[in-house]
Design a protein around this ligand. Sequence first.
Ligand code: SF4
Length: 438
Amino acid sequence: MRKYWMEAYGCQMNLAESDAVEKMLLRRGWERAQSPEQAQAVIMNTCSVRQTAENRIWGRLGFFQYLKTRQPMVLVLTGCMAQRIPQELSERAPYIDFIIGTNGKLDLARILDCCVSPDGTVGNTRDVRLDGADCYHFAPLHYKEGDLTAYVPIMNGCNNFCAYCIVPYVRGREVSRPAPEVLQELRALDVSGPAEIQLLGQNVNSYHWEDWNFARLLQTCAETLDRVLWLRFDSPHPKDFSDETIRALASSPKIARHFHIPLQSGSDRILALMNRRYTVKRYMEIIDSIRETVPGATFSTDVMVGFPTETEDDVKATRRVMEEVGFIEAFMYYFNPREGTAAVKMDGQIPEDEKIRRLQGIIDFQLANCARIKARRTGQVQTVLVTGRPRTGETRALGKNEHGEMIDFLPRQELKVGDIVQVLFEALNGNTFTGRQV
Ligand code: SF4
């Protein structure tokens, strides 16, 4: 029996694509190895979004180089790093058998089939032909059996070229998946499988296929679902949030009333330098009109500090917006220059220690802010999806609500992962609610 080992790094899109590749391998008679030492094929689906991600992958490559001296094995590197620096990878790590860019992932199963025979014998890798796909192809199915959430890519790539971002260079221009394919995958998932579905795309709300836009797709997806509890999407761009999309958010109770809307900065000057193409005023209009259309909506965001020329006043402006919106969660990071992007060459780069200081300030601010907001929401009975058992003990259960918030609660009966129950949110302990099933 031949076995593979898959390592996926970075964003949810990479994880969904890795699941799709695994599905193909399993269909072709491969088995998932329990450790890399048992595998005849190792696949690394890489990330380039930050230098730290690439550093981690370089470190891991050293381990696989060692492993290749001990056992016959095919090593494949795919994803954004393979797309960004193929030459450097083949020079510094000549023991990698295949370096395959972001468009070629669906060819992986065929390549590995050519290299490893069904009895697990590793053959010659030199004669295998790479197709070199010049455009992105969507896999038909991405779901990993047993997961509570299924991630369904609906578009890939980005046309925006934010000044700090490597994505348009490694993922290419936007391509939207045909709506009938998306709906077919959703129908299959609704029969048996996940409790929630997340539509994915680097710029998910700029979806456009024939006469379908994001609003129409979202609404139709929600209408298609019966058994699935919540439908989510990530990541939208504020500049593409149309009124029609905002109306679609309220079209079905299946659409979770929690929205991740990247802010990045609360300073119009910095937003313009970042090439984000919205202002704070427009951002707040979107938030206000979602609040009006979808009562009870909550928000999360991405915030970056330390962008070139950022001043203390700009950071204060960001904090003001964070306070005004009251995000229940924020992914906060500092500007990390990526070779090839516009921001690398900008004047006014901020020293590393100052960026770290600003980041810590904004994290502390968000934690205090979000604890205050969440505390106001205790005393409510909410629908909860059971996700497992907490560390607090055998007699309790762990779950999450529509807003993605975790709750450690006392169940009334034996519960299993995937059950849906009503829970009274009684108190907040750190970032997790505590309560009891009603
Ligand atoms: S919208 Fe901006 S931040 Fe998002 S993927 Fe595109 S370039 Fe990157």
